[in-house]
Design a protein around this ligand. Sequence first.
Ligand SMILES: Cc1ncc(COP(=O)(O)O)c(C=O)c1O
Length: 428
Amino acid sequence: MASLMYNTNIRATDGSIQLGGCPASELAASYGTPLLVLDTDVLDQQIEAFLTIARPFGIEVAYAGKALLLTALARHLSMRGLALDCCSLGEIVTAEAAGYPPELISLHGCAKTTEELQAVVAGRVGRSIVDNFDELVRLAALARSERPVAVVLRVNTGIEAHTHECVRTGGDNTKFGFALSDVDRAIAFIQAEPALRLQGLHAHIGSQIIDADPFVLNLDVLMELYVRAHHGGFLHGHDLILGGGFGVPMHPDEEHERMDIPRLCQALAQRAQQLAEQAGVPVPHLGIEPGRAIIAEAGTSLYRVSAVKQQGKRRFVIVDGGMTDNPRPALYQSYHHPFLASRVSSAAGQLMTVCGRTCENDELVQAELPRDLATGDLLALGVTGAYTYSMASNYNRFSRPAVIFAGQGEHRLVARRETPDELLRYDV
Ligand SMILES: Cc1ncc(COP(=O)(O)O)c(C=O)c1O
């Protein structure tokens, strides 16, 4: 497999930090900090790996835009032939600005707005993943006066998986999708509604999953429903979408904390074929929706150290960003590995707490860093491509950071830093 190791491009032979072949100090000097650097060499390796593995099995790969979506990134993905999952009008508009073909876009969301449903009916996306009965009723009402739309039923298969666990939840632990007990009624509703065409079924089971087995369990449940729907003559398509949630290592020494994508794709394709043949139904078109596994490792956040201080036993390193550009440590206790990025240090390591500059405790990470780390140094946090910028906020009226592409030794701006004046633009 064109498998990706934890961004090994990061460290140059002299020990300094390079991103996409560009010295981190040069990037920080050119664009300021905090800065999200997307290494397009790493991104392209990851896209290529997914496509080469999945395509021979006939599995569609759709990038989950919620992980990170910017016009330049959408253009980049579209040029490489990935489908795209959107979950808001904002993501659809971004995809459109990038010239994404509508037929490659799916719309997710458990509480779609009228404008989002109108976008579906207007054909701005290829299919809508419907989440609940209220949505079905509203979508049908809109579609009746326009044209029939393709829908995929999101099912709560009762399987919930995270990095180190997989449980059958009985469906109680999540708000998403139709309960198994409601699926027949939902399909009957669609069948009775000429404006809606059932294109297939969908289930997403969690995040940062490194074991393929829960995906196969999930497939088994979906296949049972698919076979029933096929025998009932309810299906206008054969899509079976198994969600995203493939784990990536967050620490350079934990390469094993990664979903084995070749094994996953093979297991899913074989199982789907076997069950379809047994039931005498067409083999479904499988789909997966990786977000994190495509973009996370391409991302590195660069911060300038603003202050270093000792409080009791703890040594605090305060940087010029924080939970506003990366809320993941605060939300999920996520680990992002820190590196000194502006120089090579031979000083011994010391446990330090890296904090952001917001009016919260705002701890980003605790880790060993060189004892001589000082104000003015550049600090990098690794694997920050997914769910950081896309979750960024203006808390404390901080500006959102700039985002750049760096690859093959060249770099360019893809989202400019917000200015303080721009923070006033919605005030009336
Ligand atoms: C329906 C759906 N698909 C795909 C994803 C992407 O997950 P990940 O970025 O972990 O691959 C999510 C994440 O929440 C999701 O809800």
